[in-house]
Unconditional design. Structure first.
Length: 197
């Protein structure tokens, strides 16, 4: 059985988005600041990162068998055009499944019964591989429910000053982590991995 992990590109002051959902150009700049192509399942989206970051992303993609996101991200990205760039089934936790889509297919599975049910469904889909949980609210819910095994941070050298924290409003804080158990210095990003105790 794989792990339940979360990860996000984060500013040094702890934000995964700036005010009004801004700052993504700065937080995701490392996805296109190199010469090594990292193809995705999304037509027209090929990342070009440093060799170090490309290796990091390749390992992450290989060990991820399903994703878990909230309805907000699903809508914000317009469902990634029909398939997540990581080319895995995405479980969407929502109170209101879209009326124009089936509740489950090879691209998206909609779960309405809460975070535990969503993680269980994602684990079932992932099999022996990991479940990747979107940062922000989904990650916080998993951490509060004791369902999260690892936290990955792509630390970007920028200060956003305000915005959306990676973890906001934890019910059981403070939470101590082990690590970093991995440090991968990329170009304009440092990839960090922590274990949840």
């Amino acid at each position: 059985m794989g792990k339940v992990t979360t990860g996000a590109s984060m500013s040094i002051d702890g934000y995964i988005a700036g005010p009004g959902e801004s700052g993504f150009d700065l937080l995701f700049q490392w996805y296109n600041n190199g010469d090594v192509e990292v193809p995705t399942a999304m037509p027209g989206l090929t990342m070009r990162t440093s060799a170090v970051s490309a290796g990091h992303l390749k390992r992450l993609f290989e060990r991820t068998g399903a994703l878990l996101v909230g309805r907000h991200l699903y809508d914000f990205t317009n469902a990634w055009g029909g398939r997540h760039p990581m080319d895995v089934t995405t479980v969407v936790l929502t109170h209101r499944p879209p009326e124009d889509r089936p509740l489950a297919d090879e691209n998206f599975v909609f779960v309405t019964e809460g975070i535990e049910a969503a993680v269980a469904r994602a684990k079932e889909i992932a099999g022996d591989l990991d479940v990747g949980v979107n940062g922000g609210q989904m990650a916080r819910q998993c951490l509060d429910a004791g369902l999260l095994d690892e936290i990955h941070v792509d630390l970007v050298p920028v200060l956003l000053g305000a915005g959306t924290p990676f973890f906001d409003g934890l019910a059981g804080g403070p939470v101590r982590l082990e690590g970093p158990v991995e440090i991968v210095p990329g170009d304009a990003v440092t990839h960090l991995r922590y274990l949840v105790r």
